[in-house]
Design a protein around this ligand. Structure first.
Ligand code: DC
Length: 242
């Protein structure tokens, strides 16, 4: 077991992998990053991979609604990964880090549209499995516990009421200097969630193997503490309040 500084029971096989799924704005990225740091394993934001492809779609002037063109691009897209000093796996497009460009509203909208295409998902899932199989990690997304790594030993599903998620996202966007219309933001988040839950291929779902945590009443440290308690116990028992 490569987890550093923590008394994590030995895994039956392979590196330590933690799956975190849930809808938008539920706190997945913050908690996944913090958990990975505490466990001493890499952190992969799988949404950033879909976002990087959507950015490429827009840069090439393609219509995100053109399934054939987007799927053809997905097969050959020059996507890469690089591990930063803090353990986060950073997505590269043509060798360039794109983190600063993939959060724009038009990229978010395009991402949610292209994420429904099966050949887009197949390319991403193959990359994600390769990364997890090599060194393990905390992988965060929508289909990690259900499709990407169904055999992961630890799977969490984070959830919170829409109003809480909208308020969090608004603060995040405001911190980056954007003026935000809360009603508009709520509509956008609801629509993206609807698409994520309704798509035929790999919909967002809390499976029986996921431990569900309501992040509404908790801050990030509180969520991380519950996950760590569960992991230290070797996956036995539900975290308090889950
Ligand atoms: O987590 P995020 O907001 O960065 O995700 C962006 C979009 O990508 C969102 O519409 C859901 C989709 N996504 C997905 O379908 N599967 C994943 N594993 C991660 C993200």
């Amino acid at each position: 077991m490569s987890a550093r500084g923590l008394d994590v029971p030995a895994a039956p096989r392979g590196p330590l992998v933690v799956a975190i799924d849930g809808p938008s704005g539920v706190g997945k990225s913050t908690t996944a990053r913090g958990l990975a740091r505490r466990l001493g394993i890499p952190y992969l934001d799988t949404g950033a991979m879909y976002r990087a492809l959507a950015l490429l779609v827009l840069r090439r002037g393609l219509d995100p609604g053109d399934r054939e063109a987007v799927e053809a691009l997905a097969a050959s897209a020059p996507l890469g990964m690089r591990q930063r000093d803090d353990g986060q796996l950073e997505v590269l497009l043509d060798g360039e880090p794109v983190a600063g460009r993939i959060r724009a509203p038009e990229v978010s909208e395009a991402t949610s549209r292209i994420a429904v295409y099966p050949r887009v998902r197949a390319r991403m899932v193959a990359l994600q499995r390769e990364i997890a199989g090599r060194e393990g990690g905390v992988l965060e997304g929508r289909d990690i516990g259900s499709q990407v790594l169904p055999g992961a030993r630890f799977k969490f599903f984070l959830d919170a009421p829409l109003a809480v998620r909208v308020a969090r996202r608004r603060l995040e966007l405001a911190a980056r200097g954007g003026a935000v219309d809360e009603a508009e933001l709520a509509r956008e988040i609801e629509e993206r969630d609807r698409r994520d839950r309704a798509r035929a291929d790999s919909p967002l779902v809390c499976t029986p193997g996921h431990i569900r945590i309501d992040t509404g009443p908790l801050d990030a440290e509180g969520v991380i503490a519950r996950m760590l308690a569960f992991i230290r116990a070797g996956g036995r028992g539900a975290p308090e309040g889950a």
